[in-house]
Design a protein around this ligand. Sequence first.
Ligand code: ATR
Length: 318
Amino acid sequence: MTPNPSTNHPAARVAGVVGWPMAHSLSPTLHGAWIKACRDRDPSFEGVYRAFAVRPEHAENAFRSLPDSGLVGVNVTVPYKEVALRVLNEIAQTGKAHILGRARDIGAVNLIRVTPEGHLTGDNTDAVGFIEGLYQAGADDLGPAVILGAGGAARAVAVALASRESGLPNCEDVRVVNRTLDKATEIAQLAKSCGAKTVTANTWSDAGRALEGARLLVNATSLGMHGSAPLAIPDLSLLAPDAAVYDLVYVPRETELLKAARRQGLTAIEGLDMLIGQARPSFEAFFGVTPPDSVDARALLADARPANPPADWPVAIP
Ligand code: ATR
């Protein structure tokens, strides 16, 4: 591996996360804690995980320059998950866990690996991360599910819920609610193509009909996130009494939607669980070991603030 001039660890495997802006990423905190725990266990372990802020006009070239960067791979975050898909040499077709290899269906990549031959292989671990959150909450018997939103996060959720490879019984009834109906229809059709039997697309004025008797409600919009508009909480009493409410927003950790779900006696699943769930297979891909159980990732991230300022991209971008 080419030594990376931006670190003091020339022998270390170096990975990171690429996005713009990078101010809010908690990934370096999480991967950093896993790296430290690996080193405590085995002092010869060397790894580095950095945040790289790459301007939009440089993003495509940055991904293309990855083989020359000395990095073993990167996670990709907002707004580059679709761009990343375009520059890859190949999409991973198989994965030992769940639904790795569904990046093409999701239309987005959040993990790029540099192979020893210098090729770029992409994957999407968001869907796996989403399923991990359901497992953690014991919500593994999926009845009708409602997805709020129709952006990139909603695509990963739709694929995760409807796919038979998810490791859960696949969700046969998927109802999508979104401001823009055409986009809701697109996500509903994606769910159908992945295995759902019944799908509906709804605007917010029909949210009540969509929630009726559903056993899972997922907020895959950015509404309710710190700095975004609030989410107009739908009538949660329409859900099944044993339903789970999963908010992918994790800043704040306890969103107004989750508070409302708890008040209703429903299972509340935090977005942090998905964040941690998508990071695990990435760590394994970069560093060749599973993240140590000794790190309590939820406790770590609960009060975490983004650690170091983002680093410069390690090679000049043509
Ligand atoms: P991501 O890729 O992170 O999912 P995105 O593609 O920007 O982000 O999608 C954000 C979602 O939040 C979309 O479903 C968007 O609705 P539209 O498809 O109608 O744009 C939804 N969203 C964002 N702001 C919203 C608002 N003020 N009211 C209703 N929905 C909103």
